[in-house]
Write a protein that binds this ligand. Sequence first.
Ligand code: ATP
Ligand code: MG
Length: 432
Amino acid sequence: MRSFGKFYYFFELLETVLKIKALKGFKDILPDEVILWKYIEDAARDIFQRFNFSEIRLPILEKTDLFARSIGEATDIVEKEMYTFVDKQVTMRPEATASLIRAYIEHGLYVHKPVQRLFTIGPMFRHERPQKGRLRQFHQMDIEVLGSENPLVDAELMGMAAMLFTELNISVSLELNSLGCPQCRPPYRARLLSFIESRLDALCEDCRRRSTTNPLRILDCKKDHCRQQVEDAPSVLAHLCPDCDAHFQAVQNGLQHLDVDYSLNKFMVRGLDYYCRTTFEFVTSDLGAQSAVCAGGRYDGLIEKLGGPGKAGIGFAMGIERLVLLLQQQEKSAADPDLDLFVIGLGEEGGKLGYGLVHEMRKGRCRVTMDHEGRSLKSQMKQANKAGSRYVLIIGDNELASGKGILKNMATQQQQDVELDSSVLAERVSAS
Ligand code: ATP
Ligand code: MG
C-alpha cells in the first residue's frame, strides 16, 4: 500500500509537470477581470469619439524592417524585446504607431483628409522580464493625430488623456518635456556627450553602450547610481532652437488654457527614436517601478522616413494592464448587467417549452438563461439567485396545463401568473 502511495504521488507530480500552461508573461484575462477591461475600454471609446477620433484595426504581424526603421535600431525594444520570426523577417508588433503609419501611407489616408485622427486598441508583444504591470503580451490604447504640427493639438491630446483619467477616477500626474528637432538636437547631444564623458566609468554597462548609440537615453536610466551621475546634466530645454522653444511654449499655454496640470521633466526622453519636440508621460506612484500609464509625443519626421508625405504626427499609448491594476487597487469593481430572467422548465415538456421561449426572448433583446441539466426546482432557484437574476419563470405540469407560468420577482419575492408568451414576458421583465 505504501509503495502504491509513493507511485501515485510520483504520477501526480508528473501530471502537474506535463500540464500545459500559458507562456511566461502571457496572461489569461478571466471573465471577472474582463468586466473591468470593458469598463476602461468603453470609457476610452466614449471619450475618443467625443474628440472626433475614428477607430482603425491593424494586423499583429508586420515586416521586421518597419519597426527597425521607425522605433530605431539602438533602442531596447528593437535590440532586445521584439518577437521576431528570423526565418520570415516578420515581427509581432511591439507598439502600434509604426503599423498605423504604415497603413496611413499604404491606403493614402492623407489624400482626402489633411488631418487624420485615429485610434486603435489591441495587444502588443515585447520580450521583457515579466513583473507586476509588465507583461510580454500587453494591451495598449493608441491614439494618433497625423497631419498637424500645431501645438494646440499636443495640448488637446494631453487634455483628452487627462479627461479619461479623471472619468476613470485614476489619479496620475503629467510630465512634459521637449526633445527638440533635427536642428537643435545634435548640438545638444554633443553637449550632453561631453558632460557624460568624464562620468562614463561610473555609469552602468547599458549606459556606457548608450553613450555611443543613443546618449539621450542615459538621462532616462532607472538605476540610482546613473541617475545621480546625470543629475546636473545640461537640460535639453535650455538648448531648443527658437522654433522648438516657441512650439514648446505654445504647448504649455494650451495646457494652461485647458486647465491641465503638468510639470516639466528634463530627464524624460522616451525609449523610441522617432520622437521630436513634445514628449510626455502620465505617471503614478502606485505601481512601484512600473510608473508610466500613458506615454507619447510628437514624431514629425517619421511619416516621411517610412516613405509617406512630409506630414507631422503626434500620439500616445496607454497600457490597459496598468489601468486595471490601479482600479483593482482602489477596489473598483464593475459588474455585468443583471440577468433579466432565469427560466425553470420542469420535466421534459416544461424544459422543451422553456427552451424555445428563452430563444425568442433573446431575439427580443432580453438577457435570459436556463439550466439544461434537469436539476430540482430548489437547486435551480439557488442557481437563479446566484446568477443575480431579477426574475424567475417556473413552468411545471400545472403551468403547462393552464398555459400560464409563475413569474417571481426576486427582489420583492412576489409571484404572479403570466402568459407563456415571449413578448408578454419580455415586456414584464423589462418593465422595472
Ligand atoms: P516602460 O518604461 O514601463 O518600459 P515604455 O516606455 O517601454 O514603458 P511605451 O512603449 O511608451 O512604454 O508604451 C506606452 C505604455 O504602454 C506604457 O506607459 C505602459 O503603460 C504600457 N506598457 C509598455 N510596455 C509594457 C509591458 N511590457 N507590459 C505592460 N504594459 C506596458
Ligand atoms: Mg519598456
